[in-house]
Design a protein around this ligand. Structure first.
Ligand code: SAM
Ligand code: ZN
Length: 224
């Protein structure tokens, strides 16, 4: 006897947008709920496609793979194409090991009746302007909603902040160096008279420096 696995989900109207996908029963964290099915497109093929709905030209059924290929849920898709976006999602897309398939997986325990949501993190090869963000505006309504379904390049912000900090530190060091150089160029060359024994100390120092230099040179050579 073949036993069919009961589905984890059902499709029905969502208060968030159009149709949505909901948990039919309690779904434990880590469950592979369904595969994101659809026709595979190159990015050029995807760009050439007309909008699914001319009245809502930014409506999308695309899911981008890390290879650059796109799964078009609008062609040969399944129920996964109705899953809405949320900035605090309960699901995420997992690629299989060869990057050809995507599964929608529960990020935490999901109670029966909850809407299944993942972060679309849309990647668009254009400058992310306020207008573009608005075209893909998010209505998920969670406190941390970023206002758009477009991926916000947060690592870039962090990188930029770190770069700014480094630039400020470098400028500070340069200013200190400039001040030290200015002071050195104005200082008299030999203001103190040699005290007896100083020459001997200097010679000793010179000898020690030479020894140290030899040691360092040897160490370097040893490494090569
Ligand atoms: C894959 S469809 C999801 C199913 C959609 N509810 C429907 O009935 O067609 C993706 C589209 O749904 C809409 N959508 C999904 N999540 C949204 C959200 N959080 N805010 C606004 N629109 C959303 C957008 O138009 C998006 O392009
Ligand atoms: Zn949101």
């Amino acid at each position: 006897m073949v036993t069919r696995r009961q589905p984890w989900h059902l499709v029905k109207a969502s208060t968030l947008h159009g149709k949505g996908v909901f948990a039919l029963r309690d779904i434990p964290a880590g469950t592979r709920i369904l595969q994101y099915a659809g026709r595979r497109l190159t990015s050029e093929q995807a760009d050439a496609l007309h909008p699914v709905n001319p009245d809502d030209p930014f409506h999308t059924f695309f899911f981008a793979l890390s290879s650059g290929k796109i799964i078009d849920g609008g062609q040969r898709g399944n129920d996964s194409r109705w899953i809405n976006h949320c900035c605090e999602p309960n699901c995420e897309g997992h690629e299989n090991s060869d990057g050809t398939r995507v599964y929608i997986v529960a990020m935490r325990d999901i109670a029966a009746g909850e809407e299944l949501l993942y972060d679309y993190g849309l990647v668009i090869d254009e400058d992310i302007t306020a207008e573009l963000k608005q075209n893909y505006r998010c209505l998920c309504g969670v406190p941390s909603c970023r206002g758009t379904m477009i991926a916000v390049p947060e690592p870039d912000n962090k990188r930029e902040a770190a770069a700014q900090e480094l630039r400020a530190a470098a400028a500070e060091l340069q200013a200190e160096l400039d001040a030290a150089m200015a002071q050195a160029s104005h200082a008299p060359l030999n203001t103190t008279k040699d005290k007896p024994g100083d020459k001997a100390k200097t010679k000793k120092k010179e000898k020690k420096n030479k020894k140290d230099k030899d040691k360092k040179t040897k160490r370097k050579k040893g490494k090569q």
